[in-house]
Every structure is written in structure tokens, then in C-alpha cells.
Design a protein around this ligand. Structure first.
Ligand code: DGY
Length: 319
């Protein structure tokens, strides 16, 4: 029996599955572990299941000690984990790719529709109780049909978003480090272009790159200045990829038509310059938030732990 620590409440029967084979210290709580409690919780763990609210850094690894074999992150992004520090101690890191692709792409395209068709603003109007009536000029938005969506980061989620955009009659531009196969480019009738060309030609830019030192503030003031004043920015990846202060400045100056954001630079804080604007849609990082998806994410994290503690290789290792 090995010691598995689960730092947050998990959906489905993931914890029961661990308990069938291992001793489990389960912290049945949604809030991240207060740093002072880490040493007691993690001491002697062989595996830890963590969520995005936890920073897995040297203090975390020190608290667990040399018994630790694997950190299973219940997320596809793993910028909360110091992968180098784990590697140097021989600790494996796993994430949950694949199982949240559709849910996150759904939210990315929902944001495209929300921001272009002014849906949040419209809903606020009805809910606010003010008188309204049908009018030819009431709450006019922008049609997506025939417009170009620029997918910044054509990985699985970016491509799934592009498929949704195609179904809505949009053309697709792709740009990023990973080059999609010729088959996928053909299926999407997409054009692979450079970063600057994508910014200049897109009516909607949808961000799907992982957060790394290279992508922090990738969408900065200079990038925003290349976008069309009629264009919209959507971000379902990681907040710090977009320079939020520069985004607010661009919106305030009328140099951008709007933004749909599911992620923020300093979550859960949101730049005050965004909060009062009708041309932005703000969601609280719910890209993967369906019962089915979150259950599949927890299950995949547990599968990774079970594989490693059984002496095998993890299903979805990082790096
Ligand atoms: C992820 O998995 O990285 C999302 O941001 C949360 O599901």
C-alpha cells in the first residue's frame, strides 16, 4: 500500500478507485491547501493528485519528501507545476489531455458567439427589468458567417474550435509552434500563416497556446495594435498569454471591437478596466466545467497514479 494524497475534492468515483488499492489521504475541499498545512498533508506521499489552484514548487516537493513518485495534475495545462524541479528529483508529472478538448472548444466558440452577438449584454438588459421592444437597430451584433477566425495555437483544442467555426461558416487561419497535418489543414480548408499575418487578417483571434515563458504576454500591446479595430479577441487558454492592461487600453481606445475571456492574468482577480465594459464577456475559467469532462479528468489523473504506483508508465506524461 502506497500513500496517495488527493489535495482537492474530485468528482465521480476517482477517490474510491484509488482507495481500492492504496492508502489515500483525501482532502475533500475545493479551496487550495493553505501553505502551512502542506507538510502535514503531503509528508511521505508517493503520489499526489493536484488541481490548478496548487503550485507544485520546491516547497511543495520538499513537503512531500523523497518518497514522491508522481504528481498528477487534473488539468491539461501544467503551468502550476515546476516540471524541471520535479524532473530533477525523479518525480513524474502527468496531465489530462484529450478528455477536455470538446468542452473547452465549446466554451471558446460560445465566447465567439457571445461577444460578436452581444449576448451577455442582451441578457443583462432583459434581466435588468428596463423596458425594451423589438427594433431594427436594437443590440445589433456582428455576423460570424464569412468572417475569418485566427486560431493561435493549433493544438487539439484550437483545432476543435476551428471545426466549430467552420460549421458556422467561418474561414480558418492557423498559427503556432505545432504544425497541424496536411490532412487537418485540408479538412478545415485552413491557411497556415505567421503570427503577425494571423493578427492582421482575423476577425476573431482565439488563443489556445499553453502558458510558458515564451508565450507570456504573447498578445501584448504590439500584437493588439496589429488586430483590426473591428476584430474580437477570445481567450480560453491562460490569462497571462494576454497583457490584460494592454487589452483594456486597446478596448478603451476603440482599437478592438471586444473580447471574450474565460481566463485572467491574475485569477481570480479581474482587471477593473474590464468589469464595467459591455464589449467584453467574462467567464470564471469554466472551459472544462461539465460533469462528464471533470469526471473524465479526475479518472485520467487517477489512471496515471495507478499506472505509476503499479510500476508502469503513466498514460499521459508531461514532457
Ligand atoms: C486545463 O485543463 O488546463 C483547464 O484550464 C482547466 O480544466
Amino acid at each position: 500500500m502506497a500513500g496517495v494524497v488527493v489535495t482537492s475534492r474530485l468528482p465521480g468515483n476517482a477517490v474510491e478507485r484509488l482507495r481500492e488499492v492504496h492508502e489515500v489521504r483525501y482532502r475533500d475541499d475545493d479551496a487550495p491547501v493553505p501553505p502551512a498545512e502542506l507538510p502535514v498533508l503531503l509528508a511521505g506521499a508517493e503520489a499526489v493528485v493536484v488541481t490548478l489552484g496548487h503550485r507544485v514548487d520546491t516547497a511543495f516537493l520538499d513537503a512531500a519528501g523523497p518518497s514522491l513518485k508522481v504528481v498528477a495534475n487534473v488539468a491539461v495545462g501544467y503551468d502550476n507545476v515546476d516540471v524541471e524541479a520535479c524532473r530533477s528529483r525523479g518525480v513524474l508529472v502527468t496531465n489530462t489531455p484529450g478528455v477536455l478538448t470538446d468542452a473547452t472548444a465549446d466554451i471558446a466558440f460560445a465566447l465567439v458567439l457571445m461577444v460578436t452577438r452581444r449576448l451577455a449584454e442582451a441578457e443583462r438588459e432583459v434581466r435588468g427589468g428596463a423596458p425594451w421592444e423589438f427594433g431594427l437597430f436594437h443590440l445589433l451584433g456582428t455576423s460570424v458567417q464569412g468572417k475569418a477566425i485566427g486560431i493561435l495555437g493549433p493544438g487539439a483544442i484550437g483545432l476543435a474550435t476551428a471545426r466549430r467555426a467552420r460549421a458556422f461558416g467561418m474561414t480558418v487561419l492557423l498559427s503556432g509552434r505545432s504544425r497541424p497535418s496536411a490532412d487537418v489543414v485540408g479538412e478545415l480548408e485552413a491557411e497556415v500563416v505567421g503570427f503577425e499575418e494571423l493578427l492582421e487578417r482575423s476577425d476573431v483571434v482565439s488563443v489556445h497556446v499553453p502558458l510558458s515563458p515564451a508565450t507570456r504576454h504573447l498578445v501584448d500591446a504590439g500584437a493588439l495594435a496589429r488586430m483590426r479595430p473591428s476584430a474580437f479577441l477570445v481567450n480560453t487558454a491562460r490569462g497571462p498569454v494576454v497583457d490584460e492592461a494592454a487589452l483594456v487600453a486597446a478596448l478603451e481606445a476603440g482599437r478592438l471591437a471586444g473580447a471574450g475571456l474565460d481566463v485572467f492574468e491574475d485569477e481570480p482577480r479581474v482587471h477593473p478596466g474590464l468589469l464595467g465594459r459591455d464589449d467584453v464577456v467574462l467567464l470564471p475559467h469554466i472551459g472544462s466545467a461539465t460533469v462528464e469532462t471533470r469526471t473524465a479528468m479526475a479518472d485520467l489523473a487517477v489512471d496515471n497514479v495507478l499506472a505509476v504506483l503499479d510500476g508502469g508508465v503513466p498514460l499521459t506524461p508531461v514532457g
